[in-house]
Design a protein around this ligand. Structure first.
Ligand code: ADP
Ligand code: MG
Ligand code: MG
Length: 904
């Protein structure tokens, strides 16, 4: 509210305060003339701008006018009162409409009726109902009856007005009217509304008036302008209604002035069997097929189609009803697409054989359809390649990369969490990672349900169909790992109570055990009861074409975050140009390796640690050989060990005992080490390069494995480009220390093997200090990779694993505009990135810069990365196509902006 008020006062003062003449608030359209056009959506709303524009074509649009969105702002800022002078402007424009329509408002001899329709810049379905048939009263209804020779139609229109006006404008609950209608139908043995005769409808009108008077406290207004004024006000009022506010919140719609009101003369699809109403898409919005797609109803008004009172007929069959209307509709379809160069979703009404256009807008479509339509429109020469690339929303590609739930399936949604990793998952509930592995081994399909996951759960997560957590945000462990694996995940579903001991999950008042099937939709966050059927995603031809076009235009490279040869292969198939982050810790969780890892951690001397590490070396080498082979000459950035050591140790007594036994230690010794490694703030603790500095032998083992693997590949004729990356460094000295050990180890290995390989030495930038001193860091580092998860965490001081406890509140109260762990905070964290790039390249002008945080797969963040001149972004394998497309969007938009600047 505060923000809005400030903005408005800014505008007022610009206009010179109160004394200035009121702005033009009303824009007329009719008879092939219009004061607005398609580019005025901010001021006239989407519906109003396009009604004006269609009038200009000219297409047959019933005349009317649009009251601006700025007037809605005035209305709300002025304590919800219609601005003075508005109704005068409305009356003046009604006179123009009357002239254009050749009828007159409130005149029983030749009555004009109008609709009052809402319409903001973005379409907000369900925000506000339209009021039709305004201008009808006791005298006009008889005039209409005489004029049309159709008394039934006149009374049907009248009862619709009393109902809509009472409900939408005066807040009388619709069911009071419905109740009377049912009673009359019942008394007269009518099954459908259409079965009622004139007398029946007259009875309905009488009863509706009583309902109106009873609930409103006054008679239904007979004066047409009173009706109109109230209807206009109701539309404005609805802008700040709960429904509308919620809708904008959910759809991230901000910064709009308000809704426009479109007052438009009525046309009637319910005038008899030569009349109809319908909605259509110029192409199929679900498949993208270039085939007219629509439905219509004979002898009906608009709301009947939506309400599903009668089943509409597909437009393809319109020819059987009226050849003329059908061919007219096809002609209009072509006109619309040629003019708007995009799929249109439009509404029409046919009154006694004459077709009228009531609305058109760019049609919402699935990702599949978006891709196909964009590619086909290029072939049809409607749009060019760049436009086609821009037509596909990068984020929507998710839909094309994972199997999805059958849209036709029945869904029983139990609760909703964060849509953490897209895809459809169906399985039975498992409570621990071990349980998941065991049961999957036995052939079951499993959903792993946990409060939150931890690195040790990786095996269980890997085999599960999907992961559901009750705490944790979009970058919690579960979410990040699931996205990396391409496993569907719903995180932070707070309504879920998990009793792992009793092996029960409680959602609302329902309780589920381990044999119960649930379904997760990782794209929507929905948790559903039972097993909902799925359909496989296909990488169709047009998808490939769009990606090829995207690659032509982007300059930013796209790499992947991948820890295994399988990740590497998937990512390459999706077009990754290297690995930007290979996390080595995940390699240690397999049962045999974790044992050696623990042995290393529990060793009390450097010698003991080295002995344990020597056992891990062959595993590491083998992992790297696998990845290098898959990446065939593309760069691979390997991050040395990052998490704190305690994450590798068992925390329950049974496992600790077993560990003690196998290492010949006492339980107390194991416990003491666990206690010693315990930290109050492990995220800020002994981890990252801090481990390498305390225990250089860990770094040395990893570097040896990397160089040996590279040499082995080289000998097999495979080109390798390893990039050794130090995590978490914040000072130049740390980098120097680690570099010294890295170089010494690499030199030793190369000498032993008698072969040289090239490698780069670089660092993650994830501690703010590293960004601030990037010029010094670049003295030592040959590349930077921005670890924006940690950088965000440390810049804001938000723990990314606990952020869900307050972040939702921050978003709701607009303290933050968006989750900074999902979309890079360009104003703060992004500035650190920008500064580090500039400073770093000041020292080393060929410094390679990339990003490997979760943000690398977020389209908005990718655009920022392009703008600050990063060389690449790196993201999870399944997000690679999204990043490629987002990078193309960034490049195309930037070059277009430069082109415009030049023109000026
Ligand atoms: P929404 O934004 O919810 O689609 P509209 O303003 O488009 O609301 O109106 C809903 C329906 O009312 C339309 O589909 C149309 O059938 C009917 N309608 C709107 N304006 C007119 C009009 N001038 N004449 C006849 N019917 C109309
Ligand atoms: Mg509409
Ligand atoms: Mg980190």
């Amino acid at each position: 509210m505060f923000k809005q008020a400030r903005k408005v006062s800014g505008i007022k003062s610009k206009a010179g305060g109160r004394s200035t003449k009121a702005p033009k608030r009303v824009y007329f359209f009719g008879n092939a003339k219009a004061e607005g056009n398609a580019n005025m959506k901010d001021l006239l709303g989407g519906k109003g701008a396009n009604l004006a524009d269609m009038t200009l074509v000219p297409l047959p649009v019933p005349p009317g006018f649009t009251i601006t969105t700025e007037t809605c702002r005035e209305y709300n800022d002025g304590g919800q009162k219609l601005p003075r002078g508005l109704m005068d402007e409305v009356r003046a424009n009604m006179a123009r409409v009357e002239k254009a329509a050749g009828k007159s408002f409130g005149d029983p001899g030749n009555p004009l009726l109008v609709a009052a329709r809402s319409g903001a810049k973005m379409s907000m379905p369900g925000m506000m109902d339209t009021v039709l048939n305004i201008g009808m009263n006791d005298k006009v209804v008889d005039g209409m009856a005489r004029l049309t020779g159709n008394e039934r139609f006149a009374y049907d229109s009248y009862r619709r007005l009393i109902n809509m006006f009472g409900d939408t404008v005066m807040g009388v609950d619709h069911h009071h009217f419905e109740h009377e209608l049912t009673a009359v139908k019942h008394a007269r043995g009518a099954r459908q509304d259409t079965d009622l005769d004139v007398d029946g409808l007259k009875e309905v009108v009488r009863r509706y008036k009583d309902v109106y008077k009873h609930h409103v406290g006054s008679d239904f207004p007979q004066d047409p302008f009173t009706q109109l004024e109230h209807a206009i006000e109701a539309v404005f009022k609805s802008w700040m209604g709960d429904r509308a506010i919620k809708y904008r919140e959910l759809n991230d719609i901000r910064g709009l002035a308000g809704t426009a009101v479109n007052v438009q003369s009525m046309v009637f699809g319910n005038m008899g069997d030569d009349s109809a109403t319908g909605v259509a898409f110029t192409r199929n919005p679900s498949t993208g097929e270039n085939k007219f797609y629509g439905e219509f109803l004979v002898n009906a008004q608009g709301e009947d189609v939506v309400a599903g009172i009668r089943t509409p007929i597909p437009c393809e069959r319109m020819g059987e009803w009226s050849k003329k209307s059908w061919s007219e509709l096809l002609k209009i379809k072509d006109i619309l697409e040629k003019r708007y160069k995009d799929v249109q979703d439009f509404e029409f009404t046919i009154e006694r054989g004459k077709l009228y256009m009531l609305q058109t807008r760019n049609g919402k479509r699935t990702a599949t359809a978006a891709v196909r339509i964009a590619v086909e429109m290029v072939k049809e020469r409607l749009i060019d390649e760049k436009t086609a690339v821009l037509r596909v929303d990068p984020a929507s590609l998710d839909q094309l990369l994972h199997p999805t739930f059958d849209p036709k399936a029945n869904k029983n949604v139990l609760t909703r969490g964060l849509p953490a990793s897209p895809g459809a998952a169906v399985g039975k509930i498992a409570f621990t990672a071990e349980e998941a592995e065991e049961r999957v081994g036995g052939g079951e399909k499993i959903i792993l349900v946990r409060r939150e996951t931890e690195p040790a759960d990786i095996g269980g997560m890997h085999v599960s169909e999907g992961i559901l957590t009750s705490t944790g945000g979009m970058t919690s462990h579960a979410a990040v790992v699931a996205r990396g694996m391409g496993t569907p995940c719903v995180a932070g579903a707070g309504e879920i109570q998990i009793d792992a001991k009793a092996r029960l999950v409680k959602i609302g008042d329902k309780t589920f055990g381990p044999q119960h099937f649930i379904s997760l939709d990782g794209a929507t966050g929905e948790v559903m009861d039972g097993s909902v059927p799925t359909v496989e995603a296909t990488l169709s031809g047009p998808f490939k074409t769009i990606m090829t076009w995207a690659d032509k235009h982007r300059t930013l490279k796209v790499r992947t975050n991948g820890d295994t040869p399988t990740d590497a292969r998937v990512a390459r198939e999706f077009g990754a140009e290297g690995i930007g982050l290979c996390r080595t810790e995940h390699m240690f969780f397999d049962p045999e390796r974790i044992h050696n890892m623990r042995e290393m951690i529990l060793a009390t001397s450097t010698e003991g640690r080295k002995a344990a590490l020597a056992k891990l070396l062959p595993y590491q080498r083998e992992d790297f050989v696998g990845i290098f082979k898959e990446m065939r000459g593309l760069p691979v950035t390997i991050r040395l060990l990052d998490p704190p050591l305690h994450e590798f140790l068992p925390h329950n007594e049974r496992d600790q005992q077993e560990l003690a036994r196998s290492l010949g230690l006492s339980l107390e010794q194991v416990r003491a080490r666990v206690a010693q490694l315990h930290e109050a703030n492990p995220m800020l603790g002994h981890r990252g390069d801090r481990l390498a500095i305390t225990y250089p032998e860990i770094l040395e083992m990893q570097v040896q494995a990397i160089i040996e693997a590279a040499i082995e590949c080289k000998k097999q004729g495979i080109k390798v480009l390893p990039e050794i990356m130090i995590p978490l460094a914040g000072t130049k000295r740390e980098l120097e220390f680690c570099k010294q050990h890295t170089v010494a180890t690499a030199d030793r290995v190369m000498k032993e093997k008698g072969t040289k390989v090239d490698y780069l030495y670089g660092t993650m930038i994830e501690v703010p200090r590293a960004a601030v001193t990037a010029d010094e860091m670049a003295d030592v580092a040959e590349f930077f990779s921005f670890g924006t998860n940690d950088l965000t965490q440390m810049t804001f001081g938000y723990s990314r694993d606990d952020v869900n406890s307050f972040l939702p509140d921050y978003l709701k109260k607009e303290i933050l505009e968006r989750d900074p762990f999902q979309s890079l905070d360009t104003g703060g964290v992004g500035q650190l990135v920008k500064m580090a790039v500039t400073k770093g390249r000041g020292t080393r002008n060929d410094l390679k810069c990339g990003i490997c945080g979760e943000h690398g797969g977020d389209p908005r963040s990718v655009e920022f990365c392009h703008a600050v001149g990063l060389n690449y972004v790196s993201c999870s394998p399944y997000r690679v196509p999204i990043a490629r497309l987002a990078a193309a969007h960034a490049a195309i938009k930037t070059s277009a902006a430069k082109g415009n600047a030049k023109k000026k």
